[in-house]
Design a protein around this ligand. Structure first.
Ligand SMILES: [Mn+2]
Length: 306
């Protein structure tokens, strides 16, 4: 079995693939964690901090291979031949948009991270969680919930982190979370196009082909200072991929507010109307206290375009 998180992997996608492979191995399965893209800076920090082996990059599997999907369920975020693969299980906390040709195991919950679900699966199966695994799960929960700032965060996520830290023994979780977010915010070595597509997912809004990039950062000024390059990169990506719309949000983690940098009049109007945003300048829009693509940005756009 090959275990995959989504394309443009974040910390939850990478950690959940690794930890799910530990879970399934403990349950007697032969399996391997793989990945569909490069580690972001935050995940690199987490990987070095805990010293786990990075899953191998393998962007294609032969038809008929058996896979487990963690932290995603849509083909657009997965292997290109997903419809020709045998999905053994999906463990996820996103909305579902899925049609399969055979039965499968699905574990989905309304919870802050896939890592939180994996914690429960270890407990339910009476499998011991080692110190490294506990730390990795904590990092993934902190990442997805923005250390409990995101509206996707639940009371369960807090309780799980508390229980896991009895094993992991991270002295100061607040400081650890800031180290993670600062690592993620260091984008100095990336091109504007890489910054737009680093945390980037495709969506269909009433037949309109959209992509939404999100930059969660403790230094929003970094993006605002290069707004012209970020706009040009968006225009290029939008046209190369024949998108109807491309949106890019800079999420200020510490102040819990977001700014959209829009690439054309269409996106500007969309953000102004859908989010009742206020215009800072022609292509810089303040969308207020929105931080979650999953729970805020996407549902708002779905409602708007419907
Ligand atoms: Mn996740």
């Amino acid at each position: 079995m090959y275990i995959y998180g989504h394309k443009n992997p974040d910390t939850d996608a990478i950690v959940s693939a690794v930890v799910a492979s530990r879970l399934y191995k403990a349950l007697g399965y032969e399996c391997q964690a793989l990945r569909l893209g490069e580690l972001n800076k935050e995940t690199q920090f987490v990987q070095e901090y805990f010293g786990f082996a990075i899953p191998e990059l393998k962007e294609a599997l032969p038809d008929g291979s058996q896979v487990v999907l963690v932290d995603h369920n849509e083909i657009s975020q997965s292997l290109d031949n997903l419809n020709e693969l045998e999905i053994f299980a999906i463990i996820d906390h996103h909305k579902f948009n899925l049609k399969t040709s055979s039965p499968l195991n699905i574990r989905a919950e309304i919870i802050g991270s896939t890592a939180s679900i994996l914690y429960k699966m270890f407990v339910e199966n009476s499998i011991e969680i080692d110190k490294q695994t506990a730390g990795m799960l904590i990092a993934a929960i902190i990442s997805d919930t923005l250390y409990f700032r995101s509206p996707t965060s639940t009371e369960q996520d807090r309780e799980i982190v508390e229980k896991l830290n009895k094993i992991a023994g991270i002295a100061d979780l607040e400081t650890f979370s800031l180290q993670m977010f600062d690592a993620k915010s260091d984008l100095s070595e990336f091109t504007p196009e890489q910054i737009i597509t680093m945390d980037y997912k495709p969506f269909d809004f009433n037949g309109k082909k959209f992509c939404i990039g999100v930059m969660e950062t403790t230094s929003p000024d970094f993006a605002l200072n290069m707004q012209q390059q970020l706009i040009e990169a968006q225009v290029k990506i939008k046209s190369e991929n024949n998108l109807d719309g491309l949106l890019f949000f800079v999420v200020d983690i510490l102040h819990e507010q977001s700014t959209a940098i829009t690439c054309s009049e269409f996106e500007t109007q969309t953000v102004l109307e859908a989010f009742e945003a206020s215009q800072v300048s022609e292509q810089i829009l303040n969308v207020g206290s929105i931080v979650s693509r999953k729970k805020q940005i996407v549902p708002i756009l779905e409602a708007y375009f419907s």
